[in-house]
Design a protein around this ligand. Structure first.
Ligand code: ADP
Ligand code: MG
Length: 700
């Protein structure tokens, strides 16, 4: 453990603003800052100067290689390392890195998913430096955050559309601010603080579990006698070994300039959470990817394995990610914070309404932005928000909106009808708590918390949809208000109309309740897409394509390719699980059942030899039971094998993923049921894989 103070080590491996200010010439720094803050076009000479400074800085930190670090559609980050060395005329080497190498790279893109955008003969793809996210050093390698696109300029990554969505929101939000007389704000950006959940198990247990190794989750395992029913893990005392891991992790993250702040035990045994302090969405996205990677590396150093899968254990709470999101100006004013003056409050209500309208109009986009095979196990399973998107505002704010909608007096302190732009919004208590954890999208005082994300999701997907949808609401408002003859009146009318049109999305009740599903779908007409194959095709619905292309977040070709890639990811994930299950059934589970039954049969013969009249009740009952269960596993495995084959003949990817959902997954469930029951009859030392008890309570 290092003894240096946190401020000393914080950000030491990051080419951040402090370093840039110190090592760049003043004009270069100013120019780069303009690019970072306001999206001004980057001057090539500036890039060349930055590259020189970056090289010197990286070499002084002992770096030997550099890489363009990017986020292809596989969902994880990619890097290809090049060393700085270049031959020098005297036969030696010099350490070189030029502006050209900083700005652009050309990885062989042919093996990254492109969803048909890039014909194979055109394997080239480009990575381009994203100056808005800081370069950093990891394992002696200078990592340069980059965007990744095809030769034709189509985005092949998650960063590009995210940056475009931030730009779209910036543009529309500024229009609104100008209408409210704000002429000073230069830009509006969105901030995110992602809370990350994860499990820790020992490496020893992991090594004995092919399912976790291949798929990240358990495909077999009977319930442990103790789970989370006592609620004794949540915020409980952190075990020493976990505490050591967390200390080490914090240090690594701090060195990388990641503001790791809170850590605690989560609901399930072996489950924990880490939350950083929020930052600009682009930076937060890169840092969350980095954080997930570092968590796994640090865990390995402690003989542990960090599981980021959404549902590693059946019957035990899975892991998610809470995306705390807000919009603010460069001058630091949070647009989702109620203000002090009537104008500020009217502005707050308009931004609030923009989000309400966005979430209602684009429920499907938000839903599909968090859809993966892993997250399908969580959403709607009474441990995470339902697959139905709705907004929690809290009672007080809801009452205010209702009063505005009905021109009714608000039953606050003053009891008067509010005319926006004239009256100050009554002071209401901020609902900053997590009291309603069942809502997928909750207002928590000055930010929204989107809680449906899976623990392994890149937060880029959710935020690009959220930013775009809100940009669209703001655009509609700005279009209307810019030409208005009577601003206050039209503003009031528009807020009222939004509340009227979109109040169906507001729900403060219990999202886990079955009655809610009925009400949401049958009465309110909200979308309910329980699985990835159900929702993903809606990415290509006309209204969604129109909105996303209008704001230049995606091209039509990019949307087509993404829908395809996401469904392909789904199918591949489930098929890998199915094949793992098949192999484990035939080569581990069935032989273990058989061996144990055989052992019992041997014991029957031995007993009868000594006492011919003995009933051998235990043995014969268990043998009969195991024989029946073994047959079920065997028949189930054959059926699973058949559906796996059929899946490949199901047609296009939409049909294939549907087929997999409707046939492969149920076939897997059948096998699991029988195998898990068999586990409860077989002696512990005869069962081939560690039990749930072993896994969940392995870290002492
Ligand atoms: P909790 O959700 O447990 O009440 P907090 O609200 O303090 O905890 O913070 C949760 C996360 O939200 C943290 O990552 C925090 O930095 C982030 N956060 C706080 N304020 C904002 C904001 N205005 N915009 C975005 N994220 C925020
Ligand atoms: Mg929270």
């Amino acid at each position: 453990m290092e003894m240096r103070s946190v401020p000393e080590m914080f950000g030491e491996n990051v080419f951040d603003d402090r370093v840039m200010r110190a090592v760049l010439k003043a004009d270069v720094y100013q120019s780069l800052r303009k690019t970072i803050d306001e999206g001004a076009k980057l001057d090539n000479n500036v890039a060349y100067s930055v590259a020189n400074a970056m090289r010197e800085w990286a070499l002084s930190k002992g770096a030997t290689h550099y890489t363009h670090w990017f986020q292809p559609l596989t969902g994880v980050t990619a890097e290809k390392h090049d060393s700085f060395i270049e031959p020098s005329p005297d036969g030696g080497v010099i350490m070189n890195f030029s502006g050209k190498e900083l700005i652009q790279g050309e990885p062989d893109a042919s093996s990254f998913p492109s969803g048909g955008i890039r014909a194979t003969f055109e394997a080239r793809g480009y990575t381009t430096w994203d100056p808005t996210s800081y370069a950093f050093i990891k394992d002696k390698t200078l990592c340069i955050p980059t965007a990744f696109c095809s030769y034709g300029g189509e985005a092949l990554d998650k960063k590009t559309p995210l940056l475009r969505s931030m730009e779209a929101l910036n543009k529309q939000a500024l229009r609104i601010l100008r209408l409210f007389g704000n002429d000073t704000a230069k830009y509006v950006h969105t901030s995110v603080g992602p809370e990350q959940e994860y499990f820790l198990i020992t490496k020893e247990m992991y090594d004995k579990r092919p399912d976790i190794q291949y798929t990240g989750r358990t495909l077999f395992g009977a319930k442990a006698p103790k789970g989370q029913e006592m609620d004794d893990h949540y915020f409980g005392v952190i075990k020493p070994r976990v505490q050591e891991f967390m200390n080490d992790l914090n240090q690594e993250l701090w060195k990388l300039g990641i503001l790791a702040k809170t850590e605690h035990n989560e609901v399930a045994p072996a489950q924990h959470e880490l939350a950083p302090i929020y930052s600009s969405t682009n930076l937060a996205t890169d840092q969350n990817q980095l954080m997930m990677e570092i968590m796994q590396k640090v865990a390995a150093r402690h003989g542990l394995v960090c599981l980021l899968h959404e549902k590693p254990f059946e019957g035990v709470n899975g892991s998610g990610k809470h995306n705390n999101w807000s919009m603010s100006t460069d001058t630091g004013s949070n647009l989702l914070s109620p203000g002090e003056t009537p104008y500020e409050n009217a502005q707050f209500l308009l931004f609030l309404c923009a989000v309400i309208k966005a979430v209602d109009d684009y429920q499907d986009l938000l839903r599909l932005s968090v859809a993966t095979a892993g997250n399908d196990h969580r959403l709607g399973a009474n441990e995470a928000p339902p697959a139905i998107i709705s907004i929690f505002l809290g009672d007080e704010l809801s009452a205010i909106l209702e009063a505005i909608e009905n021109d009714a007096p608000y039953e606050g302190k003053e009891k008067k009808i509010m005319k926006l732009g004239v009256d100050v919004l009554p002071r209401f208590a901020r609902d900053t708590t997590d009291r309603n954890r069942t809502s997928p999208f909750a207002f928590t005082g000055n930010k929204f918390e989107f809680r449906s994300l899976g623990s392994s999701n890149s937060i880029a997907c959710a935020n690009m949809m959220l930013n775009s949808a809100v940009a669209e609401s703001l655009k509609i408002y700005a279009d209307r208000l810019e030409g208005s003859e009577n601003f206050e009146q039209d503003l009031h009318a528009m807020i009222k109309k939004t509340i009227k049109d979109h109040k169906r999305i507001l729900f403060n009740g219990n999202g886990y309740d079955d009655a809610w599903v009925k009400e949401a779908t049958e009465v309110r007409g909200l979308a309910n897409y329980p699985t990835t194959p159900d929702c993903m095709p809606h990415l290509l619905d006309e209204k969604n394509v129109a909105m996303l292309t209008a704001h230049k977040v995606f091209t039509v070709a990019e949307l087509n390719s993404r829908a395809e890639i996401m469904l392909e990811n789904y199918s591949k994930t489930v098929l890998i699980e199915a094949n793992t299950m098949l192999e484990m059934s035939r080569r581990l589970i069935l032989p273990a059942i058989e061996a144990y039954a055989n052992k019992l049969a041997g014991s029957v013969s031995a007993k009868k030899a000594v006492s011919p009249a003995s009933a051998c009740l235990y043995e014969s009952d268990v043998i009969a039971k195991l024989s029946d269960l073994a047959d079920k596993v065997y028949v189930g495995a054959n059926a699973l094998e058949k559906t796996i084959k059929e899946a490949s003949e199901a047609g296009d990817i939409v049909n294939e993923s549907m087929f997999i959902k409707d046939n492969v997954i149920p076939a897997m469930n059948e096998i699991r049921k029988a195998a898990d029951e068999a586990e409860t009859y077989v002696a512990k030392d005869c069962w081939p894989i560690p039990s749930y008890g072993d896994l969940l309570f392995s870290v002492k």
